[in-house]
Design a protein around this ligand. Structure first.
Ligand code: SAM
Length: 185
């Protein structure tokens, strides 16, 4: 069966992210993606994970602790549009993930908005290693999600430094999530 968007991201990243590598999670949420990245890079690697909500950062912290994967992760409770302020100046990443939308189980009003991921994507793009992968999971079915998804897709498509593709279901109902895949040239 074709994988759903979030599984597709992990399947694509797994063979390209190795022990000792560095990764960035711009939307930590409940920590599923952060834990996946932390396991891939191992204790000798580095993961920086951001979320604007304290509850998300706490949930991610608990998940990492439960799986003994905290030592390689730096958690930042911050809007990802300010990520450059929090990252070490020399930090570069093999993989960068954005999983837009709202925190599962959290308030649906607190969702990503078009302007902030665009600012964050600009800063993140500058930190992507050559041949690195930047993946954005978009949720066009959420309120405001269509506008946000289109803005992100247009923004990435215009970046000359990136090769950009899309993983999208063409004949499923209710505007299912899709993934934008960008590879640094
Ligand atoms: N990757 C997560 C996981 O594996 O559990 C799921 C992420 S959830 C779909 C989206 C997250 O983005 C929410 O936790 C929300 O708080 C966060 N978010 C929304 N706007 C944000 C912003 N401007 N900066 C950082 N995080 C933001």
């Amino acid at each position: 069966m074709l994988p759903k968007a979030t599984d597709f991201v992990h399947e694509l990243v797994a063979p390209r992210l190795h022990p000792g590598d560095s990764a960035l999670d711009a939307t930590a949420g409940n920590g599923h993606d952060t834990l996946f990245l932390a396991r891939q890079v191992g204790p000798e690697g580095q993961v920086h994970a951001f979320d604007i909500q304290a509850t998300a950062i706490e949930s991610t912290r608990r998940r990492l602790q439960a799986h003994e994967a905290s030592s390689q992760v730096h958690l930042h409770q911050s809007d990802h549009q300010h990520l450059a302020r929090h990252l070490p100046p020399e930090a570069r990443f093999q993989v960068i993930l954005f999983n837009l939308g709202y925190l599962p189980g959290g308030p649906k009003t607190l969702t990503t908005r078009p302007s902030t991921p665009l600012r964050a994507l600009e800063q993140a793009g500058e930190r992507l290693e050559k041949k690195g992968l930047l993946l954005v999971t978009c949720y066009p079915g959420h309120p405001g999600g269509q506008e946000e998804s289109q803005a992100v897709e247009a923004h990435l498509s215009e970046q000359p430094s990136l090769r950009v593709a899309k993983y999208s279901f063409l004949n499923l109902p209710n505007d299912p999530p899709f993934v934008l895949l960008a590879e640094s040239r």
